[in-house]
Design a protein around this ligand. Structure first.
Ligand code: GRF
Length: 229
């Protein structure tokens, strides 16, 4: 069987519909040493918790080296003590530019020896500074079936549009918002009486499943690509 890894962010075109990694994996175990993750979050952190839980239950062979959060009020930080994960506040308001913030993010991630970056509800646009430091090793989770409903308020957008099906996507991060190669998706039906809250809650249930899976898939894909070069 020929391998057909999903395209890199740098040479992005629509990814192949069938990736070998999305076809046959039924385990999230990675063959080698645990992946060293750096998580970035701005909000309540349910996706952060899902990744930490998947690691704790050994579904995902990884460890979270550090959580970076940008909002002092973000509830995500309250979740770190349960797993004794270091948390670092980098408040975007303390920086002159997006690039300057990203330089500090990169420095922090490198200081904690992070290999893979996971944006789990990170509500800031990233710059080339971050992308260049972790080429094709930054993931983002978005609450729609991309390429539909990019950007903010994706769940509202799907409801307003009258979509019958929406969902969530984990993708590699490119400069253009919510646009990198897709790693994993889950579909969620929109029910007749759905509100923003009920629909988002069902989407989040799926997010918590696919994010740990996608981390493992992306890492395998990356390793496979390196072998092929
Ligand atoms: C998620 O719905 C994610 O798709 C979006 O931000 C939300 C973060 O939720 N990017 P949480 O903070 O992980 O609960």
């Amino acid at each position: 069987m020929t391998s057909n890894p999903v395209q890199a962010c740098s040479s992005h075109s629509p990814p192949s519909l069938i990736s070998p990694l999305l076809r046959h994996d039924d385990s999230l175990q990675l063959p080698d040493s645990p992946l060293k993750l750096g998580l970035m979050a701005s909000g309540s952190g349910s996706n952060f918790a899902a990744v930490a839980e998947a690691i704790a239950t050994r579904e995902l062979n990884a460890q979270i080296q550090v959580l970076i959060y940008n909002n002092p009020q973000a509830k995500v930080v309250e979740r770190t003590s349960r797993w004794q994960i270091p948390a670092k506040l980098l408040d975007h308001r303390d920086f002159q530019s997006r690039q300057e913030l990203d330089r500090q993010i990169v420095q922090t991630l490198q200081q904690f020896e992070v290999e893979w970056v996971v944006m789990a509800g990170w509500m800031r646009r990233v710059t080339q500074v971050l992308i260049d430091a972790f080429p094709d090793r930054i993931l983002n989770i978005h609450p729609s079936l991309l390429p539909s409903f990019r950007g903010i308020r994706a769940v509202e957008q799907a409801l307003a549009y009258g979509s019958k099906i929406t969902g969530c996507t984990v993708h590699l991060v490119c400069l253009e918002v919510d646009s990198g190669p897709i790693i994993q998706q889950a579909a969620v039906p929109v029910l007749p009486n759905d509100t923003l809250k009920t629909l988002h809650a069902r989407i989040q249930e799926q997010e918590h499943k696919i994010l740990p899976q996608a981390i493992a898939l992306a890492a395998r894909q990356h390793a496979l690509k390196k072998e092929l070069i």
